[in-house]
Design a protein around this ligand. Structure first.
Ligand SMILES: CC(C)(COP(=O)(O)OP(=O)(O)OC[C@H]1O[C@@H](n2cnc3c(N)ncnc32)[C@H](O)[C@@H]1OP(=O)(O)O)[C@@H](O)C(=O)NCCC(=O)NCCS
Length: 146
């Protein structure tokens, strides 16, 4: 699959929002997602394949740190490299912005995402007990030092 990674624009809102609502138990409003797309301190990327949006990733940046807040790939397009391409481009942008570290939290049971992050070079640096709800679950904390 030929994958192109580019910055999200408002034109991507409905496709991003649809994927977001299908992948996460606690949804975000379209207004909140659009706010991130237009926020200069956020890096909002989309993965395109065959003219369709197949994934997105959002990193919020502040005081030298990036937080990878959200990443998702269309269920039928997984295991084809889109997730890896999104993380790799986020790390490239983080480096170009001069960030020191990119941080993230992940559900302890999310083997796919944990494997994606560890393969990309993130290091597990901690755990937050019962951090998530719907369902209640621990979070692992990962950092990537640039
Ligand atoms: C996590 C997610 C973004 C991965 O996207 P993807 O496009 O399927 O990932 P890729 O095809 O680029 O895979 C890259 C690596 O991730 C890991 N990976 C991806 N899916 C995996 C799975 N089902 N089981 C184990 N490892 C997996 C592997 O290490 C893989 O490398 P490999 O194919 O060489 O083994 C995708 O599964 C997803 O959208 N999940 C739902 C949303 C989510 O959980 N987001 C993370 C919240 S913290």
């Amino acid at each position: 699959m030929e994958i192109e990674i580019r910055r999200a624009t408002s034109a991507d809102l409905s496709a991003v929002s649809s994927l977001w609502q299908r992948c996460y138990s606690i949804p975000w409003s379209d207004a909140a997602i659009e706010n991130e797309i237009n926020d200069a301190s956020s890096v909002f990327l989309v993965a395109m394949a065959g003219g369709a949006l197949v994934g997105y990733a959002l990193m919020k940046c502040a005081v030298g740190e990036g937080e990878l807040c959200n990443i998702a790939v269309e269920p039928e397009q997984r295991r084809l490299g889109a997730g890896r391409a999104l993380v790799s481009e986020l790390l490239r942008v983080a480096k170009s912005l001069g960030l020191d570290v990119v941080m993230l939290e992940v559900r302890a049971s999310n083997d796919a995402a944990i494997s994606l992050y560890e393969n990309a070079g993130f290091e597990r640096v901690g755990m937050r007990k019962n951090y998530y709800r719907a369902p209640r679950e621990d979070a692992y904390l990962y950092n990537y030092y640039l």
